[in-house]
Design a protein around this ligand. Structure first.
Ligand code: NAP
Length: 290
């Protein structure tokens, strides 16, 4: 049980974490801060937080648990704003979608105190943002990736593990580098492709009309194109090296398909579609994903 959560960033992810923690009876008080006072006020109104803080530093004052739930590009300035109150009794976590940039910022700012910071990435979320969509059940049953570094204190890592597990999450530990390589492939590239697809359609004179004819396949494929632009701008830039590698591999795969189609090589085309179809059909079949 934590005495006080200092929540910095009272949006979808931060708000959902506060609600989940409260519902599980794991925290006595939540003090929140967001960039816009109106967001913090709304979080209070919705019962997501119990006290509004006028600054990140004041949100952290007296907290034994701190969650950074801000866009990843705001991590460094946020850590700088709170560093004077960071102490060994505190557990600090984040929920950022990229991890190398986050741990680099933590190393630079927290220096000898970096051990209390456990970098986290919950594989949960939605394409809507803002505290209005905060949901106590967002994290239950989801994976959370923890990316400790060599200086992360074992006790803090264990505390973070136990906390996410108490919220019903499956916890996976890996290095920030492995995290960014994997999520460039299975999250960042798919978002990039979805954004490109939507733009390639709406840039055509008849694009809007085409969209009006689209069915469920298009709906499923394009869902993530509606994601928050600021958040994704930051994530794609933060993980640009790994994303660059994945984009190149994707372009090769697309070119291969395009060439076979242009040449009418039906058997080879079917072989490649077959490979994709099998890979998708077997993907996490045991956990019931579709
Ligand atoms: P969100 O709903 O837009 O919430 C972000 C919150 O951060 C907003 O309340 C915003 O305040 C606040 N904020 C922005 N800059 C700030 C700053 N400098 N100082 C203090 N507060 C600041 O976004 P989200 O979806 O919760 O995303 C938060 C983090 O979760 C991101 O790092 C993202 O990579 C990660 N994440 C998101 C998802 C997802 O599906 N959404 C999944 C996994 C991880 P204002 O309202 O005042 O602008």
């Amino acid at each position: 049980m934590f005495e006080q959560l200092g929540l910095i960033g009272c949006g979808l992810m931060g708000g959902s974490f506060a609600l989940a923690l409260k519902r599980a009876g794991l925290v006595k008080r939540v003090v929140g801060y967001s960039k816009s006072p109106s967001t913090t006020a709304r979080a209070l109104q919705l019962g997501v937080i119990d006290v509004e803080a006028p600054s990140a530093l004041l949100a952290v004052s007296g907290a034994d648990l701190v969650l950074l739930a801000v866009p990843v590009a705001a991590t460094e300035t946020t850590l700088k704003a709170i560093r004077h109150l960071v102490n060994g009794d505190m557990l600090i976590m984040d929920v950022g979608s990229s991890k190398r940039d986050v741990v680099d910022a933590a190393r630079r700012v927290l220096k000898q105190d970096v051990g209390v910071f456990v970098p986290c990435h919950p594989i949960a979320g939605r394409e809507v943002s803002g505290v209005e969509h905060a949901d106590a059940g967002l994290y239950a049953g989801k994976q959370v990736i923890l990316t400790p570094i060599e200086r992360t204190l074992t006790a803090k890592l264990e505390q973070a593990n136990a906390l996410w597990q108490a919220l019903g999450c499956q916890v996976v530990n890996m290095s920030p580098e492995s995290h960014d390589a994997a999520f460039a492939a299975v999250s960042h590239l798919p978002h990039l492709v979805a954004f490109a697809l939507m733009n390639s359609i709406v840039n055509q004179p008849e694009g809007r009309e085409y969209l009006s004819l689209a069915g469920p396949g298009f709906r499923d494929f394009s869902r993530i194109a509606a994601s928050d632009p600021q958040m994704w701008r930051d994530v794609l830039i933060a993980n640009r090296e790994e994303l660059g590698r994945q984009t190149e591999l994707f372009q090769h795969a697309l070119n291969d398909l395009q060439r076979l189609i242009a040449n009418g090589q039906a058997d080879d085309l079917e072989r490649l579609i077959n490979r994709a179809s099998h890979a998708r059909a077997n993907w996490r079949l045991s956990s019931g994903a579709r």
